[in-house]
Design a protein around this ligand. Sequence first.
Ligand SMILES: *Cc1c(COP(=O)(O)O)cnc(C)c1O
Length: 254
Amino acid sequence: ADAAVFLDANESPVAPLASLPGLNRYPAPQPPEVLQRLAHLYRVKPENLLLGRGADDAIDALVRTFCEANRDAIMICPPTYGVYAVAAQIQGAEIVEVPLLAQPGFALDVDGVREAWRASVKLVFLCSPNNPTGNLLSRQAVLRLCAALDERALLVVDEAYVEFASENSLAPELARFPNLVLLRTLSKAWALAGARCGVAVAAPEIIELMQRERAPYPVSTRAMDDVLSVLRREGSIALEERVRTILEERQRMA
Ligand SMILES: *Cc1c(COP(=O)(O)O)cnc(C)c1O
């Protein structure tokens, strides 16, 4: 990393513009300061994180890592976020659907998921708060399901909107549930959708497997510079204000 350039990677020895020093170099595959700051923010360790181009990239990495094409399957609970199914279709993984229970309030059908599970289902995707219905899934129900799926499937809880919720992330449960995976993103409450920055949060063993499937340099130097300038500043105060405004506007719209 001390070299001026890596000739074996055919980096250019000169920057493209004097105003863009260092952009001729490849970025760190997993930039350490971004990992550290996100780990601090999400109350986990850097080795619990796989950094990618948004949470969508993490969804894709999960399906490619854990689902063998034309053999394995994912489970989803519609109505929910569309990218789980898109990633499965691209990978050639089957999609098993266990709808949320419209009554009461789009709740998780724990028994339905347990009954529908079969050995080909490697990933169960839940979204809490759920897009598009907006409700949280019961923490107890999610953890009960996670325990039931231990050694059978990974339970992926997409927390893209957890900053807007009355409940905290499931991150403290990672130690107790080795098959739990969380998704976090800077695209929504952090207002950084254009930077493409999201993570999978899981046990180091799971992260290591996913590292083998990811693109060699998934995030761009400039995007990470922008992310760091937001995270280094009093980002969380601005975040709280933004979240409060959006929650108030939601109320008014309703
Ligand atoms: C927006 C969204 C994502 C993807 O976010 P990116 O980090 O921008 O890829 C993932 N899950 C849900 C539920 C979302 O609404």
